[in-house]
Structures are given as structure tokens and as C-alpha cells.
Design a protein around this ligand. Structure first.
Ligand code: TXA
Ligand code: MG
Length: 310
């Protein structure tokens, strides 16, 4: 096995040349490029077939480096100190002197930033002289990648290097919070909103309204396995694969377990890979058992709801 140092060196070499590579995070794999480079960030959009008006998240090593690009505030500091590095993305105000490429934000003055918690990626971020723009490593609207092999399945040889960091620990994308004025949640994710509310000592409004299109990731059709999916299913219909959260007495070959013990964290970690597996087995439809709507169950239900809009 290659040493960690040689993997990081190789990753850095591609990035320094304004190429895109795939990187592991604790949530999902990212398709990363130098966030200060027009060339690198444009490549991300074209590889993902992503509309240019859907802005990217920028990944930083630490607060010091972020300060070059964004204005920060008290709410940000409280959450940063408690949860970072971790599965939380902040929308902050971009500084005029920031070098972030205009393609990252689609020329807006707001920037989405996060501090990912994965050893390999943190080592890489520490060694490079720029932050990394990195949307999830999948073709636009499709399932996010949680393993190196998923990235290869999405992009084939078009992505020249995958920094393989094993399977993502959380398996669903980060929670997004806007902090430019009143705190506001734009996406359910890996960090439970109740934990954020505890730190900020206030109830936070949630705007995952798909009509206003504040974050294009809020578009209904998203996170799709590419075949019809129905939620809250008591039992599967003919030819459906059935996704379950707890063990059934009788299990059939079309039954796939997100968890056998009603464990929501485990279910989150397994969701995208099981959906991918079911699709690859040739099933034409998926039914999913009801998932409890608590903790990360809210994020699971959000992703399933969007996937059901296929
Ligand atoms: O866990 C994650 O957040 C992963 C890993 C790779 O870090 N990244 C990820 O990126 O999920 P992406 O691009 O697939 O989703 C980012 C979402 C998009 O829905 C985008 O519209 C929204 O963040 N977004 C980005 N910049 C924004 C901004 N300035 N204001 C509002 N929403 C923004
Ligand atoms: Mg995505």
C-alpha cells in the first residue's frame, strides 16, 4: 500500500496543475479543485455537468485561512469552536479582497465554506496554498459518492486521481446554515439542527423551500438513483427492491437493510451505497420503509423525498 505521504504528494501535484481530483470527507466524496483558479473551478462544473449558477462549497484547513476570504461573526465563531472540523457548511459574506474564483459563487457576494473532518483531506489542505472548491463527487442530480469506487463509477477515467480515504463515516452531505444575518438552515445534513440551536441558544428557521431556489441543491430532483423510489412503504410491490431499517422475521432476496437495529446513523452511512447497489443489480423500482424523523433521520427523509421526485 502506498504511504499516506506519497498519496498526498500526488494529490497536490494534480491540484497545483489546476486539475480536479476526488477527495474523501466525513460526509461524502468531493470533486475538488483550487478555489482561487477560474480554470480549475470551471473544470468542476463541466465534469459534473452542473449548471454554472449552482455555487460550490469551499473547504478550508482552519479559521486563519478562512479569514483571508470571508467576514466572520459571533454566531460563526460559536459554531466553529464547537463543531469544526465537522459536517457543517456556513454561508458567509465574501471579502472584497478575496481571491475566490468568480465561478465558485456565480459572482455572488456569499460563500459557502466548510472544514471537513477527514485525516487525509486535512493533511492535504494543510499542505496546499489555496482552499478547495468541492461539490459532491457525482454527476449533477445523481447519488453522491461515499467510496472511491463510486467516484470511478460516476466519472470513469475523466477524474484523473482519487485520494482514497475509505468509506465516508457519515454518508450524507453536510448541514448548511446561512449566517449572514439571522441564522437560517438551507439543507438538512450530517449535523442535527437541535445541536446547533443549543449552541446558539435560539430556535433556527429552516428554509429548504424548493420554490425559492436559494440553494440549487434544494431543487426537488436530487440525490436520485435514476429509478423510481417510493417512501413510507409497508411492503414492497412486485419487482421492487425493499429498503429496511430494522430486521424482519422473514427476509427475501429483494430486501436490503439500511440497518437491522433501527440505527439511524448506520442507515445514513449505508443509504447511498445501497441505492447504488440496488440500481446496479438491475431493479427498476425501489420501496423504502418509513424512517423515524428524528436526528439524522430528518436528513435521510429529506434525501429520500428528493429521490422520490424522479
Ligand atoms: O458534505 C458536503 O457538503 C459535500 C462535501 C463534498 O463537502 N459537498 C456538497 O456539495 O454536498 P454540493 O455542491 O453537492 O452541495 C452544496 C450545496 C448546493 O446545493 C449549493 O447550491 C449550495 O450548497 N450552496 C453553495 N454555495 C451556496 C451559497 N453561497 N448560498 C446558498 N447555497 C449555496
Ligand atoms: Mg451534491
Amino acid at each position: 500500500m502506498k504511504s499516506i505521504q506519497s498519496k498526498i504528494k500526488k494529490a497536490k501535484k494534480f491540484l497545483d496543475k489546476k486539475q480536479c481530483i476526488a477527495v474523501p470527507t466525513e460526509t461524502v466524496y468531493g470533486l475538488a479543485g483550487n478555489a482561487y483558479s477560474d480554470l480549475a473551478t470551471r473544470k468542476i462544473f463541466s465534469l459534473k455537468k452542473r449548471p454554472l449558477n449552482n455555487p460550490l462549497i469551499v473547504h478550508y484547513f482552519n479559521l486563519n485561512r478562512l479569514k483571508k476570504d470571508c467576514h466572520i461573526n459571533d454566531n460563526f465563531l460559536k459554531l466553529y469552536n464547537k463543531f469544526c472540523p465537522g459536517p457543517l457548511t456556513f454561508i458567509l459574506k465574501l471579502k472584497d479582497e478575496s481571491k475566490i474564483s468568480k465561478f465558485v459563487t456565480n459572482r455572488q457576494k456569499n460563500l459557502a465554506v466548510r472544514f471537513p473532518k477527514h485525516n487525509l483531506l486535512r493533511k492535504l489542505l494543510k499542505e496546499i496554498a489555496y482552499p478547495l472548491a468541492a461539490p459532491s463527487a457525482n454527476i449533477s442530480t445523481r447519488l453522491s459518492s461515499v467510496k472511491a469506487s463510486d467516484v470511478a463509477e460516476e466519472f470513469g477515467t475523466k477524474v484523473k486521481y482519487i485520494l482514497d480515504g475509505g468509506k465516508c463515516k457519515i454518508g450524507l452531505e453536510s448541514t448548511i446554515i446561512g449566517l449572514i444575518s439571522k441564522p437560517i438552515i438551507y439543507r438538512h445534513g450530517g449535523l442535527d439542527i437541535s445541536r446547533i440551536e443549543k449552541i446558539l441558544k435560539r430556535k433556527i428557521s429552516i428554509n429548504i423551500n424548493t420554490k425559492k431556489k436559494i440553494a440549487p441543491g434544494q431543487f426537488p430532483l436530487h440525490y436520485s438513483p435514476g429509478i423510481p423510489l417510493r417512501t413510507n412503504a409497508l411492503k414492497p410491490k412486485k419487482e421492487e427492491a425493499y429498503l429496511l431499517i430494522k430486521k424482519r422475521k422473514n427476509t427475501f432476496k429483494n430486501y436490503y437493510y439500511l440497518s437491522k437495529k433501527n440505527n439511524l446513523n448506520q442507515a445514513a452511512k449505508n443509504l447511498y451505497s445501497l441505492l447504488r447497489k440496488i440500481k446496479n443489480k438491475g431493479y427498476k423500482k425501489i420501496a423504502v420503509e418509513r424512517i423515524p424523523n428524528t436526528g439524522i433521520g430528518k436528513t435521510l427523509n429529506d434525501r429520500l423525498y428528493r429521490a422520490s421526485k424522479y
